[in-house]
Design a protein around this ligand. Structure first.
Ligand SMILES: *Cc1c(COP(=O)(O)O)cnc(C)c1O
Length: 466
């Protein structure tokens, strides 16, 4: 497919603006560019076809099954988009006087009330733009809390090895030393290992629960008790609240602070589909340190982003919560767990789960034995799935499982889709025995087969040069 710049023809395009009928006002020369920007010149038809062709080469939740573990690629209801598109929400200015945008404030307050109820927290901010940004904000709350009590000597954050990779990165960004603790053989936090590292230098613990292998830690109350006893604070990575919302609340488990990915659990589009929102909730004793969420007040409190964050994302999430209601939210997570267990058992017997027990919203397959036998890797299987119209699962993550494939089907998939997906996995399992070479070269009918992912991430080419 040609780039839009390569389709450009000088002079082509649409100039439908009438002649200016007011006096032209020139910008100060230092604000003007020296030469015209190199924009493609293309007709509206060709422009429209260009983007349609591009979008047909992409796999999104509306194209087919998308079991990308830890990313919760659930269906994004159209009603959320419709409500967020109301002019009362889209045609406001962040600097508008408060009395002219009372409705927006009320919507934010309502979202806060409901999401505090879901998490068991007392207060919340919507400023952070993503999950990792929410973690950063949350850990800064903990840091400010310790400082306010004259306990800045607490300089260590404990992170279990089953945590999401962003957790240690966040603690490091906040200036903490990271203490890694290993998991017990059952995939949960090793209590003895935790006890051994707790002390009066402990600032807190960051826990992903359910963790990255899809397991709810059975000692959760004991874990938070031990951390508090040592004077630390408990941070809950709630990006994957999809397994537990409406059933249990992190606040009741003893956590002081949490972030949620509204763009995962609360059904707002993400990935290539739109911006995120990492809502951060906390207990009362941390509330004084929350970023000021008032649109205009900059009263010297922590600011992690301008104004109220990605406001329309919060509106979409609020619409989702109000559409489902208390019962619907509980049912959504119950179905997410049911779907994950159903798919895991349907695939089992071929590819084996890393932990043979009931999972939460996702599960991890361990392909290390399979690879030893057939030479076919987790990457080869993931690439082969593309040829079948399925988005690959998360690969080689979590790091504690080798040759990992991590699947999260979500609650918005039907039984027929899950049966279809299990059948594809079984087919590929058999194919690896008979034609491993074919799988080493997969995908065979995608726009791009095996790009150099490291180079694409490290040295991306983002500008067109002739
Ligand atoms: C997705 C995810 C994050 C990071 O969220 P982003 O919005 O991608 O920054 C953090 N923790 C867990 C457990 C996640 O699944």
């Amino acid at each position: 497919m040609k780039l839009i710049f390569e389709k450009s023809v000088p002079g082509r395009g649409t100039t439908m603006l009438g002649k200016c009928d007011v006096e032209a006002v020139a910008l100060p020369a230092e604000l003007c560019r020296q030469e015209a920007p190199a924009l493609p010149e293309i007709s509206e038809t060709d422009l429209s076809r260009h983007y349609t062709e591009l979008c047909q080469k992409v796999h999104g939740v509306n194209c087919g099954f998308y079991p990308l573990g830890s990313c919760t690629m659930k269906y994004n209801p159209r009603i959320d988009e419709e409500i967020a598109a109301l002019p009362g929400f889209t045609a406001v200015h962040p600097l508008a006087p408060k009395e002219t945008v009372e409705g927006c404030y009320e919507a934010l307050d309502t979202a806060k009330k409901y999401l505090c109820e879901v998490t068991g927290m007392d207060d919340m901010t919507f400023q952070p733009a993503a999950g990792a940004h929410g973690e950063f904000t949350g850990v800064l709350l903990i840091k400010q809390y310790h400082e306010s009590r004259g306990e800045s000597h607490r300089n260590k954050i404990i992170v279990p090895d089953s945590a999401h990779g962003t957790n240690p990165a966040t603690a490091a960004m906040c200036g903490y030393e990271i203490v890694n603790i290993p998991s017990a053989p059952n995939g949960c936090v090793d209590l003895e290992a935790l006890k051994a590292v707790l002390g009066n230098d402990t600032a807190g613990l960051m826990l992903t629960n359910p963790n990255t292998v899809g397991i709810f830690d059975e000692n959760i109350l004991e874990i938070t008790r031990l951390v508090h006893e040592a004077g630390g604070q408990c941070y809950y990575d709630g990006a994957n609240l999809n397994a537990v919302m409406g059933a249990v609340r992190p606040g009741d488990m003893g956590f002081d602070c949490i972030h949620m990915n509204l763009h995962k659990t609360f059904a707002t589009p993400h990935g290539g589909g739109g911006p995120g929102a990492g809502a951060v909730g906390c207990k009362g004793h941390l509330a004084a340190f929350l970023p000021s969420s008032a649109l205009m007040d900059n009263d010297g409190r922590l600011q992690v982003r301008s104004f109220a964050g990605n406001f329309l994302v919060v509106i979409k999430a609020l619409t989702y919560v109000m559409t489902l209601g208390a019962e619907g939210i509980k049912e959504a997570s119950a179905n997410a767990v049911l779907n994950a267990n159903y798919l895991m058992r349907k695939i089992q017997g071929t590819f084996e789960p890393a932990f043979d027990r009931i999972c939460m919203h996702e599960f991890v397959l361990d392909l290390s034995e399979f690879k030893k036998r057939t030479g076919v890797s987790a990457l080869d299987v993931a690439k082969s799935l593309i040829d079948h119209g399925m988005h690959p699962p998360t690969m080689y993550f979590p790091l504690i499982v080798h040759e990992a494939l991590m699947l999260e089907p979500t609650e918005t998939e039907s039984r027929e889709t899950l049966d279809w997906a299990a059948e594809i996995f079984r087919k590929l399992y058999a194919l690896a025995e008979t034609d491993p070479e074919y799988m080493h070269n997969a995908p065979h009918n995608a726009a791009i087969a095996r790009p150099d992912e490291v180079r694409a991430a490290r040295t991306p080419i983002l500008r067109y040069t002739k």
